[in-house]
Design a protein around this ligand. Structure first.
Ligand code: MG
Length: 454
């Protein structure tokens, strides 16, 4: 394992986020712009999702970048993976104004490096130092940057995805897309149509008040999508989070596809040639292990967070390894032949290719996956260290993996206990073949924790 998790002051796993006007202000956004502009010279692309606070915060980030001498290209509203793709091909870095899956009152900034990945921990710590110490390299009138606007660049992302698949691969496939009024309104329906699909949309108009559903594509919010899939006899429905790096699906019966099943199904498709590596965090379902065995692939585990997955994939690829697929069991899937970041648009296109290749509907394909049950608990405590060391001691005889928190591996089941990055609780995941097997294991762990916190 190469990646080690670092606690940051301002940035979480995927950028800075907060309630607009309270934690996430234009003043902070400008400081982020100035810090980034002091660290990264050259051409910087700035994009945003559809949130109402996007124009104000984007303007502030741009002001900071320009003041520090960067030439800024405003690429407007687009999904995070579209910005990442454009940056990888044309820019020296970038900033995405988004709060991803958070509710409408939130907004934030994701900083993107020249290779299209989110900025790594080491540089993010330096960026934070600059923000807190206010060490900005503000330029004089001869050296401030210039600004251009390029809203059309999103088309490059759309065309690149479409050209990665055979022409007309979606012919005869009906899809319902729910971009949730986010930036994928401009991309996913277009991609699917260009692949040949018949596409219907719901929540298909960009709207930062998110009138149809919240940016988190939870099963409860996707009732309209499910109904429309059934009414249109569609093959599947796709929904995105607020910046469309994640995609989730409903099958032809309108049933939500659990994200770990989504991961395993797409993994099976991506690994059909076998003999490669799949990279995913220690929190991902054993379904991934099962499918890896079936397809002759091997799983490489990382700490929880897409950036750790992406960077491990890049590292392995540089070592000459055949990295076929990666991502998280939350709908954030990474396609290494295209780019090293979670990509909701690519997931939509890949689902079309997967179904075009299959002789079964999506519900049956999901059914063909190994059955697993995952219990998820939240344990409220702030004494993370004491809990972790007690659990480590109590389960010392087990096979322990300390990549992120503590993962206890047992025959045909596992448990993961890890602190929340931002809140006063720990997450416990326990997975086994069935609930009666998972429950006693869960109780055993909770018993140890209760013993020290009570
Ligand atoms: Mg997201």
């Amino acid at each position: 394992m190469s990646a080690v998790k670092v606690q940051k002051r301002l940035f979480g796993t995927n950028g800075v986020r907060g309630v607009t006007g309270r934690d996430m202000t234009p003043a902070l956004a400008m400081k982020i712009g100035m810090a980034l502009g002091s660290m990264r010279k050259g051409r910087i692309a700035v994009g945003r999702d559809t949130r109402t606070s996007g124009p104000a915060l984007s303007s502030a980030v741009k002001a900071g970048l320009l003041a520090c001498g960067c030439d800024v290209t405003d690429v407007g509203v687009l999904p995070t993976p579209a910005l990442q793709y454009i940056i990888k091909n044309h820019f020296d870095g970038g900033a995405m104004i988004t709060a991803s899956h958070n509710p409408p009152e939130y907004n934030g900034v994701k900083v993107i490096d020249a290779d299209g990945t989110e900025m790594g921990d080491e540089d993010t710590l330096l960026l934070e130092d600059r923000i807190f110490d206010e060490t900005f390299e503000v330029q004089d009138w001869r050296n401030v940057g210039t600004e251009t606007s390029a809203p059309h660049m999103v088309e490059e992302y759309i065309d690149a995805i479409v050209s990665a698949f055979p022409e007309g691969i979606g012919n005869g496939i009906t899809v319902v897309a729910d971009p949730g009024s986010g930036p994928a309104c401009l991309t996913t329906p277009v991609i699917l149509r260009k692949l040949g699909c018949t596409v219907h949309t719901i929540n298909g108009q960009p709207d930062g008040t998110f009138p149809g559903r919240l940016p988190e594509p939870s099963p409860e919010g996707l009732y309209g999508l499910s109904e429309l899939v059934k009414a249109c006899s569609a093959s599947f429905g796709i929904a995105h989070d607020g910046d469309a790096d994640r995609a989730v699906f409903v099958d032809e019966n309108g049933e939500f596809v659990e994200e770990n099943s989504e991961f395993a199904l797409v993994q099976r498709f991506m690994c059909r040639k076998g003999d490669g590596l799949v990279v995913t965090p220690v929190s991902t379902s054993m379904k991934a292990e099962d499918v890896a065995k079936e397809t002759g692939c091997e799983i490489v585990y990382t700490p929880v967070g897409s950036i750790y997955v992406a960077r491990e994939m890049i590292r392995l690829k540089k070592e000459g390894k055949d990295v076929l697929f990666g991502g998280e069991g939350n709908g954030g899937l990474i396609y290494p032949d295209f780019q090293f970041c979670r990509d909701g648009g690519m997931s939509g296109a890949t689902m079309v290719a997967l179904l075009a290749d299959a002789d079964k509907p999506l519900s049956e394909l999901i059914e063909s996956l190994p059955g697993r049950v995952m219990i998820r608990e939240k344990l409220y405590t702030t004494d993370f260290e004491a809990v972790l060391s007690a659990v480590k001691k109590a389960f010392a005889e087990d096979d322990l993996d300390l990549t992120d928190g503590i993962r206890i591996n047992r025959e045909n089941m596992w448990a993961l206990l890890r602190p929340s990055g931002t809140e006063p609780f720990m997450r416990l995941f326990v997975e086994a073949a069935s609930e009666p097997e998972a429950r006693p294991f869960t109780d055993e762990i909770i018993g140890v924790i209760k013993g020290i916190t009570s």
